[in-house]
Write a new protein. Sequence first.
Length: 258
Amino acid sequence: MAEKSVLKPYDLILIGEWIATLKNALGQSVTSWDSVKGCLMWLSTVLKDVENLAFIGEEAETLLNVFKTKYWKDNTFLEPDDRPEFQHPLSRWEGRLQEISKNWILSYPDTHIDVSKLREGAKAFLSSDEFNTLESLERQGLNEATSSLLFNNFTSAEFLALRTAESLLKKWYEKKTGRKLGRTTWGEVLEKLNQEFPKEERPKELLLLDYLRERRNEVAHPEAVSNSVAASTTFLNVISLCKSLHPYIHPTWVKKQD
């Protein structure tokens, strides 16, 4: 048995257009059989292997077989008595498309980040080695941040990215100093690093610390709402942080002695 193909948003629009074309042709005072046949041929050919819509292809093929022997000449017009045969199938097809569309959410992302990369998730922004070094919760955080950016949930995207940054910096600190931070609340890691590494004495791995602290304090405010620019910038900065910290938090890294 052939594997059913998965329906995509563009497919739904295209199928709707063919069904609408067929419905419009049948609604004319004079209907060319060629126009009806063209629609039925496309629906029967394309939809027989589409998951949840195969019945449309099968019914279109049945209609095509029923009438093609009757209307075999070119430029033949559909007889009025045959039009009702299409009414119920068309109603079923349109109803099914409406059911499917109600379960989908379409979004127009308001971001300057490459949407095709956001759809792939965090792995599209990192090398395989960098991505595999991340812990499960860190990967999940960045993947949820990409999803939030796609649906314009900017505050959520920024929060998730900042939380991931804090996790990475905690691991870096513990390997850098050999000391455990233990359980910390959100933001405590950034404040600890700020206190222990004054701006004039910070290693290059902490170049983004001031920015991250500022954004964390802003997002933590109960009335704060992020916008597209802030969320996108923070996400890309956290990706840069992942890359810059990777050599230091990689499992094979050994802390150099001072």
